[in-house]
Design a binder for this molecule. Structure first.
Ligand code: NI
Length: 260
């Protein structure tokens, strides 16, 4: 079985001691490629260096995460814009960007403003958009909708865990996919039923969000790309098909979306 981990933070310090082994285990497990979402300017630089070391296997994104917006974000945003202006080519997406009102809703307007600006990058540089959204479904849809037609490359609603109605509303955005990770394997999770109720496999990509959201049976430990097969096995049950078929379809989806 082969797959693409479309969202993994293996550039983080959690992997400093054994990053090469983590990547070797990913290859061994069937990962054809790893996509690395940025969270700020510093991570963007780390990601670019790592993706040079693993060219053709690790692919970089660029973006400012809603929870990592500094008090004065202008310098970071300008640095990212200059990088895109001079070399948009290595980036496979703008991400991860969006709105997160889970811990702190006090900077809601600022989050929306920064998100809008980065939606503009996806439009201008013709890149997919990888979206992080928590406790912000309505606001997210309202912010994204005016730009929907211009976002020709589509994107991912990363770590989707909403209702069937929310899934339907998100999938009305053309060219967008739901990102499914370890949460799917958690006990009492409603996501399997939500997916079975009306989300076609053709609109899904798989991801880890490593080091977070580790699937059962490793829940609670550090996540890594080699654990995606546990998510795929659960998806195969949900869609009453084989893990090979889930791997094949989600890999095709990821290749089409990110152009790799
Ligand atoms: Ni993430």
């Amino acid at each position: 079985m082969t797959y693409i981990d479309t969202h993994t933070h293996i550039y983080g310090e959690e992997f400093d001691a054994d990053r090469a082994e983590v990547i070797a285990r990913a290859r061994e497990a069937g990962a054809e490629a790893l996509l690395l979402p940025a969270t700020d300017w510093q991570s963007t630089q780390k990601i670019m260096a790592l993706c040079q070391d693993y060219a053709g296997y690790c692919y970089p994104m660029i973006g400012l995460h809603p929870e990592d917006i500094p008090a004065e974000p202008e310098a970071e945003l300008t640095a990212m814009e200059q990088l895109l202006e001079t070399q948009a080519a290595p980036f496979v997406a703008v991400g991860e960007v969006g709105i997160d009102l889970y811990w702190d809703a006090s900077r809601r307007d600022e989050q929306v403003e920064v998100f809008r600006r980065q939606i503009g990058w996806a439009v201008r540089y013709d890149l997919p958009l990888v979206i992080h959204s928590r406790k912000a479904h309505r606001l997210l849809c309202d912010t994204l909708r005016p730009a929907a037609k211009e976002l020709r490359r589509g994107g991912v609603f990363h770590c989707f865990s909403g209702s069937a109605e929310e899934a339907r509303e998100l999938l009305r955005f053309e060219g967008f996919y739901l990102g499914i990770g370890g949460v799917l394997t958690f006990k009492n999770c409603k996501l399997p039923a939500t997916l079975a109720a009306g989300v076609p496999l053709e609109r899904l990509v798989v991801e880890t969000d490593a080091p977070y959201l580790t699937p059962v049976p490793y829940r609670g430990q550090r996540n890594e790309p080699a654990y995606v097969p546990y998510v795929i096995a659960r998806l195969a049950e949900v869609y009453e098909t084989t893990p090979e078929e889930v791997g094949r379809v989600t890999t095709e989806n990821a290749r089409r979306l990110f152009g790799i």
